[in-house]
Design a protein. Structure first.
Length: 288
C-alpha cells in the first residue's frame, strides 16, 4: 500500500458551504409551511442531507500528525498538512503520529558469539514516514516495532563476542559500541521498512554478563588487564637494562664479560619487574 494525498478543501470554504446549505434548508422548510409546496420539502430535505455531509467532512490535523481516510473499506488517501480541512464525508479516519518516538527495549538474555550468556537492552528512536504502510501493511505498527527491535537486537548480539580477549582488532559488543549501533540500525531498518517506519538511531543502553558467569568473566577481564600491564613493564624493563649495559660499555665505566652481563641483566630484570620492593645485597668481596 502506497501513501497518496487525500482530496481536501480549506475548512473556511466548508464553513461557508455549511452556512449556505443550512440557510437554504431553513428557508425551504419555512416556505413549505407557508405554501405547503411539495417541491420545497424535497429541496429542504436534500439541502439538509448536504449540510450533514458537510459536517461529517470536517477534520482537524495537528502538527506532525497524519490522518488516513477509508470509505466503505477502500483507501482514499492521507492528509499530513496541519490545519482545518473539508474532505470526503462519511469516511473512517485513523490518526498516525509522525513525531519521533523513543522506545526502550526490555533487558534480553541472549548468548553472544562465543556462547556466553549476556544481558542486553537497546534504545530505538524512530518515526513513521509512510502512514499508509503503518496502517494497512501491519496489524499494529508500534507493537511491530517493539517485536522486531527485540528480534534484531538478539540477532546482532549473537553475531559478536561480548569482549575481544583474543583479538584486539575483532569487533566486540563492549568495545565497539558505534560499529554495533550502526549495524543494529541497518538491521532494524531492513526489518521495519515494510511498516513505513524509519529508524533514526538504535544504540545499546545496557550490556552485562548474566549473573551466573559475571564473577568468572570479571576475573578473566582482570587477568587480561594484569597481563597487559606486565607486558608493558617487561618491555620497559628490557629497554632500561639494554640502555644501562650499553652506557656502561660505551663510557668504559666497567668491563663485563658475558657471564657478568647475564648476571647483571638477571638482577636488573628482577628488580624492575618485581611487583614487590626488592632488597639489595651488597657484595663486599671480589666480583670474581
Amino acid at each position: 500500500m502506497k501513501e497518496k494525498e487525500m482530496f481536501k478543501l480549506n475548512g473556511v470554504i466548508g464553513v461557508i458551504l455549511f452556512l449556505l446549505f443550512g440557510a437554504l434548508t431553513v428557508f425551504c422548510f419555512r416556505q413549505f409551511i407557508l405554501t405547503e409546496s411539495f417541491i420545497m420539502v424535497i429541496v429542504s430535505f436534500v439541502s439538509l442531507i448536504i449540510t450533514v455531509l458537510i459536517i461529517s467532512g470536517f477534520t482537524i490535523i495537528q502538527p506532525n500528525q497524519a490522518k488516513v481516510f477509508t470509505l466503505f473499506g477502500s483507501y482514499l488517501g492521507v492528509i499530513k498538512q496541519e490545519g482545518f480541512w473539508l474532505s470526503v464525508p462519511l469516511t473512517i479516519r485513523k490518526n498516525v503520529s509522525l513525531r519521533v518516538i523513543n522506545f526502550n527495549s526490555d533487558k534480553l538474555k541472549v548468548n553472544d558469539l562465543e556462547g556466553n550468556p549476556i544481558e542486553i537492552a537497546a534504545v530505538v528512536v524512530y518515526k513513521v514516514f509512510d502512514s499508509a504502510k503503518a496502517v494497512f501493511d501491519v496489524e499494529d505498527y508500534k507493537e511491530f516495532v517493539h517485536t522486531q527491535s527485540e528480534t534484531g537486537l538478539r540477532h546482532i548480539a549473537s553475531q559478536y563476542p561480548y569482549d575481544n580477549f583474543n583479538n584486539d582488532y575483532e569487533i566486540s559488543l563492549r568495545q565497539h559500541s558505534d560499529e554495533v549501533a550502526d549495524e543494529l540500525t541497518r538491521d532494524l531498518q531492513e526489518r521495519l521498512h515494510l511498516a513505513g517506519v524509519e529508524i533514526i538511531e538504535a544504540r545499546i543502553m545496557h550490556l552485562a554478563y548474566s549473573s551466573e558467569i559475571a564473577h568468572a568473566m570479571l576475573q578473566r577481564q582482570q587477568a587480561k588487564a594484569v597481563l597487559a600491564a606486565r607486558k608493558v613493564i617487561v618491555e620497559g624493563a628490557v629497554s632500561m637494562v639494554k640502555s644501562a649495559i650499553d652506557q656502561l660499555s660505551t663510557e668504559g665505566i666497567v668491563d663485563l664479560d658475558e657471564e657478568k652481563k647475564a648476571q647483571m641483566v638477571n638482577n636488573l630484570m628482577v628488580a624492575l619487574v618485581s611487583d614487590k620492593g626488592s632488597q639489595p645485597i651488597i657484595n663486599t668481596g671480589s666480583i670474581y
